[in-house]
Design a protein around this ligand. Structure first.
Ligand code: SF4
Length: 370
């Protein structure tokens, strides 16, 4: 199967409700077979950066080449940074890399780089060379500092010297950024880890979650596809007590799914899989986003209530409006008023059941929010 390359897998989370030091996202593939028509924000970004040829190309997901090996390396790097040899110190990993590298290239790179390394050590930094995969020279670098900001500045100077004065032509410096220890990994930000019917992507995601848990780090999962069963989690050793598995649920009406998320799993299957995990003692959550401004027949929020009532067992609910300007489903005159009322409805519904609730930014407007 065709694969794509990624220089860095673990990236600081940009998910609004999953932020903080050490919260990162992991995308195991490029593309997604769910064919969402909202449109898909991840696709728009991939198109903007020239990563895909068009929507059909996006709908044929391609796994990242050597993804599990690369994930393992990055987790090791982060772990080392959190348990470094210098007590309160901050570090990062530098990699010199190029596609074809000879032994002579590596020796020359090391010899010239050592002069800068020695200067760095003279001011209290530590540098350890570790074996990298073929074509790579890897250093783990620590510097004593009172704060991450000070460490970033000191490491930045070292990075600058390495990059500007030492790196031989044809080499590139990878992963030079200061990174915090990983505290949680979210699958995924710009693809779906459990795409409906895609057993290959599913197995990769299970193995990745297992690897992450084995490093003592919990995972957060969000899918419109086929969640793993409790038995699969056990078999793969995905047992961190702070793991959380979630589904996207913008409706419970199958006609809605067929129109807006035609490649995704039927709602009943998503809900049932989530219920099984909850009953097995796994933390569960649901993202009601992008939620359409559709008033119900019984009362303005009866459509929303129907969705909420399908998942009363979850530990957390995220609610967000429909943002995009394509011909969106809407049967109300006052969208702003609808979303303000809907947000209050969700909050009240969750409070009554002791469920954690997060209303996404921009769903309520200040002037009219309660
Ligand atoms: S599930 Fe997410 S990534 Fe996949 S097509 Fe839909 S919006 Fe895009």
């Amino acid at each position: 199967m065709e694969a794509v390359e990624r220089k860095q897998l673990l990236r600081k989370s940009k998910v609004e409700y999953l932020t903080g030091r050490g919260v990162v996202t992991l995308n195991l593939a490029q593309g997604c077979s769910h064919r969402c028509k909202y449109p898909c924000y991840a696709y728009l970004m991939a198109r903007r950066f020239g990563e895909v040829d068009g929507y059909e190309d996006w709908c044929e997901p391609k796994p990242v080449e050597g993804v599990l090996e690369q994930l393992s390396r990055e987790l090791e790097d982060h772990m080392f940074q959190s348990t470094g040899p210098m007590g309160k110190a901050y570090g990062t990993t530098f990699r010199l890399f190029r596609e074809r590298v000879t032994k002579g290239d590596v020796e020359r790179a090391l010899a010239s780089t050592m002069r800068e390394v020695e200067k760095f050590q003279a001011v209290g930094g530590t540098v350890e060379r570790i074996d990298g995969p073929e074509g790579m020279v890897v250093w783990r670098v620590f510097v004593p500092a009172k704060s991450p900001g000070q460490a970033r500045a000191r490491l930045g100077t070292f990075k600058h010297r390495i990059r500007e004065r030492v790196v031989p032509a044809g080499f590139d410096v990878l992963s030079p950024k200061f990174c915090a220890p990983v505290k949680k990994v979210h699958l995924s930000f710009s693809t779906d880890p459990f795409m409906h019917g895609r057993l290959d992507i599913r197995e990769l995601s299970l193995q990745a979650a297992s690897l992450i848990n084995a490093h003592g780090t919990p995972v957060s999962v969000l899918t419109k596809g086929d969640l793993p069963t409790p038995e699969e989690l056990d078999t793969h050793g995905i047992i961190h007590r702070r793991n959380a598995f979630g589904i996207s649920l913008a409706s419970v009406d199958e006609a809605f799914r067929e129109k807006w998320e035609p490649g995704a799993a039927p709602y009943a299957e998503r809900i049932e899989a989530l219920r099984k995990l909850s009953e097995a003692g796994v933390r569960t959550w649901a993202s009601l986003e992008p939620f359409p401004a559709l008033a119900g027949e019984d009362h303005p929020y009866s459509v929303l209530e129907g969705v909420l009532e399908s998942i009363p067992f979850v530990d957390r609910i995220i609610f967000g409006r429909w943002n995009y300007a394509v011909a969106k489903p809407c049967n109300v005159d006052d969208e702003r008023g609808f979303y303000n009322g809907a947000a209050a409805f969700v909050r009240e519904w969750c409070d009554a059941r002791d469920i954690s609730c997060r209303i996404k930014r921009g769903t309520e407007t200040e002037e009219e929010a309660a």
